[in-house]
Design a protein around this ligand. Sequence first.
Ligand SMILES: Cc1ncc(COP(=O)(O)O)c(C=O)c1O
Length: 327
Amino acid sequence: MAQKAVKSLIDLVGNTPLVEISGYESKNHLKANIYGKLEFFNPTGSVKDRIVKEMILDAEERGLIKPGDTILDNTSGNTGIALAAYGKARGYNVAIAIEPGVSIERSQILRAHGAELYDFTEIPGAIEAMTKPDATFQSLLDPMAAFGKEKGYFYINQCDNEANIKAHYEHTAPEIWDQLDGKVDIFVAMSGTGGTITGVGRYLKEKNPDAKVVLVQPDADSLPAPGKTDPKIDGIMLVDGIPEGLAPLFYKKHGFNYDEVITISAKDAYDTAKEVAATDGLLIGESSAGALTAAKKLAERPENAGKNIVVMVADGGLKYLSTSLFR
Ligand SMILES: Cc1ncc(COP(=O)(O)O)c(C=O)c1O
């Protein structure tokens, strides 16, 4: 039965499908079941629709923003696109500082939504913050906060906004849990702000302390950086094996511990993306392909035979057609 009419696009966020990636399982003779949480079904095409909805509604409820105000954030694109779409529709202006290495499609979509665009490296103090030897995750965000203050913009700050985790704890995770009738053994995702892993991870572990949360990281050559060419994985930060102060803030703040870290290369992720396009008709983005690459490694372990592995498909492949992902 068709879904009843809704009042606005923001009402369509979430309730994304969970699909078994069965062609890929068969081709690779995997004995575990791999499911993709297809976040590109959200109206602006990524998992970030969820956090943007939650952050805007939260800021409105707390009286922090009113129509006519400008909302500011730094993003690798997806959060910006969702902010531009829903923010504009609710009467706000939206200013976005784009992080280095973002695909052309994302900045084009942001322009189409009429967002005010800045290069992150143009924000006063950003380069100094990125290059100083004692940089911390927090010190990378400080120039944004100062810029917002100077301009009179509301810095919504996805990296330190509790509504980010709440969106995943209250929606993404319960959806996955229900979609598999509580039979979730392993959750696999890459991390940017860490909102997905900490929010989904906390919920799953409360429901089933034996559920495993696997953090997938790119190797050092696969991280985006100013001037870095493909292959690389956009929107992703390192969490494990780096000085504590450089890790995304949510992990320490919430004392969240993942169970395992799997490191993958962007090259392997790109190969996975091509493979799953052929086996299942799924065009997935870079971080999703990285997570699926790690999920395959998990599915190959004899102890995981018969288990359900859920992979976060944070966005689809269409925003990466200009990159070498599918070439
Ligand atoms: C494509 C993509 N995948 C994964 C992530 C990571 O999600 P999170 O910020 O919840 O850690 C992001 C953003 O940060 C992203 O844009």
